[in-house]
Design a protein around this ligand. Structure first.
Ligand SMILES: Cc1ncc(COP(=O)(O)O)c(C=O)c1O
Length: 459
């Protein structure tokens, strides 16, 4: 039942009076107010006015099991009753974080042997950056400290992780970047390829550019390369064929570590347990969060290779300790929920489910290619995007000020589907992985209707 309008008005007023919203035009919020989401049910959420919508973005690419997993609620309650808080500093441990670390290492790529817990994706990336510096100090390469990320990458918002992010709206006004980072080219074939260039040739050219960037920076100073297997917030950019193979060859040549940022791609999203598996990446480190707990509680982690771990152990011994940590890193309640999440993934055979569902998902997203407003459709597993254009033949874009992708996302909401506008007039899809074929149809019917609304409006 919807909350009475008078009460919601006062809630909205209080929100405008007391809250400061991330990724929001703060002044516009004072006029438009909040969209208050009150309830969740499977893949659906309900807003304050009682409108039921498919959460086509799993919140922020994270609520992969939807909103009704009683087992996760029970796991949290059990752990809260037993031991609501312990930390992992100074040799302490707790039962769920030990079990979680073991489970993660068992499902992680072969190169990975240790898990370090934090509370979010940004903290995972931040911690990975610090570990890379510490490791290179440990192995006697103190000059090797620079990072390579990619334009349009999203790696978080802290001072260091926000520096690796390659989106202007994350850095503008905040004096970022603040660490040594080179942003190399975006692997977006549709926009970046030269006329007649194959995906493979485009990938070769990007790998050459990467090598030039490394040489210009001084290879002996470049420590690590970080990449999302599929770029999420930058627009769901699926890499061109052979891209990561060629990138890894360049990194190997210059002794540069590969950090796979699996914060979105991890846990089945691309049709394998890891995006790294989908694209044959052999990471030295991985950053994970979001679907690690299906978003029921905040938790993230850095996963690292034994070689890096041994470097950290050596320097910690020399210095007396590994002098970093978070009060809530490995929080027992969050860890217990993550353990239960991994059990559910195992029992439901997550990878198989995503592969089965991705057939219908792919059919429906590809069908949008026929729409007058859609220039490109991108998809892998259960993540995808469409890119809107004014003219399909020339790929001409709408003026940025028209915010056409926002218009489509807003119209989709009117048709019962929550989606997200991304840079480059993309509209992203990342539904809960429990979505059924019928719900996939319902989602795309809503999108189709939204596109029709906006086509009538813009033409
Ligand atoms: C790939 C990637 N890395 C890092 C982050 C940052 O995660 P958080 O918002 O939990 O700090 C995100 C968030 O969307 C992400 O998509």
């Amino acid at each position: 039942m919807a909350t009475p309008a008078s009460q919601m008005d006062s809630l909205a007023d209080k929100d405008k009076r007391y809250s400061l919203h991330p990724y929001t035009n703060l002044n516009a919020h004072q006029n438009n107010g909040p969209i208050i989401i009150e309830e969740g049910d499977g893949v659906y959420v309900r807003d304050e006015a009682g409108n039921r919508m498919i959460e086509g973005m799993s919140g922020l690419w994270c609520a992969g099991l939807g909103f009704s997993q009683q087992r996760l609620v029970d796991a949290a309650c059990r752990q809260m009753q037993k031991m609501p808080y312990t930390h992992l500093f100074t040799h302490r441990a707790n039962v769920p974080s030990i079990e979680l670390a073991e489970r993660l290492i068992n499902i992680a790529p072969e190169s990975i042997s240790r898990a370090y817990f934090v509370n979010s994706g940004s903290e995972a990336v931040d911690s990975a950056i610090k570990m890379v510096w510490y490791y290179n100090n440990a192995i006697g390469k103190p000059e090797k400290k620079k990072f390579i990320a990619r334009k349009r990458a999203y790696h978080g918002i802290t001072v260091a992780s926000g520096s690796l992010t390659g989106l202007p709206y994350v850095q503008d006004g905040f004096d970022l970047p603040r660490i040594d980072v080179i942003h190399t080219e975006t692997p977006h074939y549709y926009r970046g390829a030269n006329p007649g260039e194959s995906e493979e040739d485009f990938a070769t050219r990007l790998a050459d550019t990467l090598e030039q960037d490394i040489i210009a920076a001084g290879p002996e100073t470049v420590a690590a390369y970080i990449a999302e297997p599929v770029m999420g917030a930058g627009g769901v950019l699926v890499p061109p064929a052979t891209y990561f193979e060629k990138v890894q060859a360049v990194l190997k040549k210059y002794d540069i570590l590969f950090i796979a940022d699996e914060v979105i791609c991890g846990f089945g999203r691309t049709g394998n347990m890891w995006g790294s598996e989908t694209y044959n990446i052999k990471p030295d480190m991985m950053t994970i969060a979001k679907q690690l707990s299906a978003a029921y509680l905040p938790i993230g982690a850095v996963l690292l290779s034994e070689e890096i771990y041994q470097g950290l152990a050596k320097l910690s011994d020399e210095l007396g300790m590994f002098g970093t940590g978070n009060t809530y890193g490995g929080h027992p309640v969050a860890a217990a929920v993550a353990v239960e999440t991994l059990k559910i993934y195992e029992e439901m055979d997550l990878v198989k489910v995503v592969r089965e569902r991705s057939t219908r998902f792919a059919e429906r997203i590809e069908a949008l290619q026929n729409h007058a407003l859609v220039g490109e459709c991108r998809q892998v597993g259960l993540i995808g995007a469409i890119e809107l254009v004014r003219d399909k033949a020339s790929k001409e874009q709408f003026p940025v000020g028209d915010k056409v992708a926002f218009q489509v996302a807003n119209a989709a909401r009117q048709h019962g589907v929550i989606l997200r506008a991304t840079p480059g007039d993309g509209v992203a899809f990342c539904p809960p992985m429990i979505i059924t074929d019928d719900q996939i149809d319902e989602m795309f019917d809503g999108v189709q209707a939204a596109l029709d609304d906006i086509r009538n409006h813009v033409s």
